[in-house]
Ligand binder design. Structure first.
Ligand code: ATP
Length: 305
């Protein structure tokens, strides 16, 4: 065991908000490239049986964090994944982790049935029947080669294979890039219905936040290599509020220290609050939980300033 792993083992586990076991624990996770600080002392925890959205603007450090978790890049700081150090125990870790990169890489010459045979031969937890069921929902043919497929069809094949592997941690980096909306919706639905259970954990990055909002249990917002917000969806609903305010109430709304303000229809405005007392908010207008994308915009304000 190296120094970093020992330090984590000795430290009392981060209090688990959701009561689950820890799957990923990062303390001071830092990655320096020659000209960029891709991760800058990020601290976060992912519990077992959760579906966590890692959400951030372009260049925030999402892919770098996923690469560190998968043991695909070196880093500074402490990181433990399924109790292992991804730098030193990658082969062991990969028995329990599956990954879909934003660019699906499959050999261009391979046929659908050959790809399935290959994975069935090398992965003990691959369920061929399940993979074939996923493929039945696509237009892919068993004899079709990767080079004869469209971009989205390649992703469909990749997803069908990976979702048929019984992994403890599934890491998805923009998994639906290039897929049409029908298949994207179907993918997230089957991720929830046919794949996810309380023994699995999913960490997912995407810019299409609205599409995954309904399946997430937790949010991790990342900005400039640091975690800007970590919350369960339940806590988020209790902590943040959005109020639709008429023009006459705008000054009163501003006095309650919103974290964001934007124009709505008919001269109304929408205000977002963090930890505000619900009673005065209710006097301003209709109070709702903000959507993840509206909360993201509120918290990331100034990113491109
Ligand atoms: P996006 O949403 O645009 O995919 P991201 O949040 O995944 O962004 P990363 O790919 O992790 O961001 O990049 C974080 C920072 O690290 C950026 O400033 C990027 O330029 C830099 N970076 C990433 N990979 C490398 C690399 N191989 N060499 C040098 N710099 C890199």
């Amino acid at each position: 065991m190296n120094v970093a792993a020992e330090t984590i083992a000795e430290r009392p586990a981060t209090p688990s908000v959701d009561g689950s076991d820890t799957v990923i624990q990062a303390h001071g996770l830092t990655k320096l490239y020659k000209n960029a600080r891709a991760l800058d002392g990020a601290d976060f925890r992912v519990g077992a049986g959760r579906i966590v959205g890692l959400i951030g603007p372009n260049g925030a450090g999402k892919t770098t964090a996923l690469k560190a978790i998968l043991g695909l890049t070196d880093f500074q700081g402490e990181l433990e994944v399924l109790g292992m150090d991804p730098r030193r125990q990658r082969p062991q870790l990969m028995r329990d982790v599956c990954f879909i990169a934003d660019v699906a890489t499959l050999p261009r010459w391979i046929r659908v049935h050959e790809a399935i045979d290959f994975v069935a031969g090398v992965h003990p937890r691959f369920d061929r029947a399940k993979c074939e069921r996923f493929l039945e929902r696509t237009k892919l043919k068993p004899n079709q080669r990767v080079r004869e497929m469209s971009k989205g069809m390649i992703v469909q094949l990749h997803l069908a294979i990976v979702m048929a592997i019984d992994a403890r941690l599934l890491v998805l980096d923009e998994p639906t890039l290039g897929l049409d909306i029908l298949y994207r919706k179907q993918f997230y639905q089957s991720l929830l219905e046919d794949y996810f259970d309380e023994n699995k954990t999913i960490l997912i990055t995407t810019h299409q936040v609205e599409e995954i909002e309904h399946i997430l249990t937790d949010l991790l917002f990342i900005r400039d290599g640091k975690i800007a917000l970590t919350t369960t969806m339940d806590e988020m609903g209790a902590r943040f509020a959005e109020v639709l305010v008429s023009a006459a109430q705008v000054e009163a709304a501003r006095a309650l220290h919103p974290i964001d303000e934007r124009a709505a229809v008919f001269g109304k405005s929408i205000f977002v609050y963090d930890g505000a007392d619900p009673e005065p908010l209710a006097r301003l207008g209709e109070v709702k939980r903000p959507s993840v994308s509206d909360l993201f915009v509120a918290i990331m304000k100034g990113t491109y300033a």
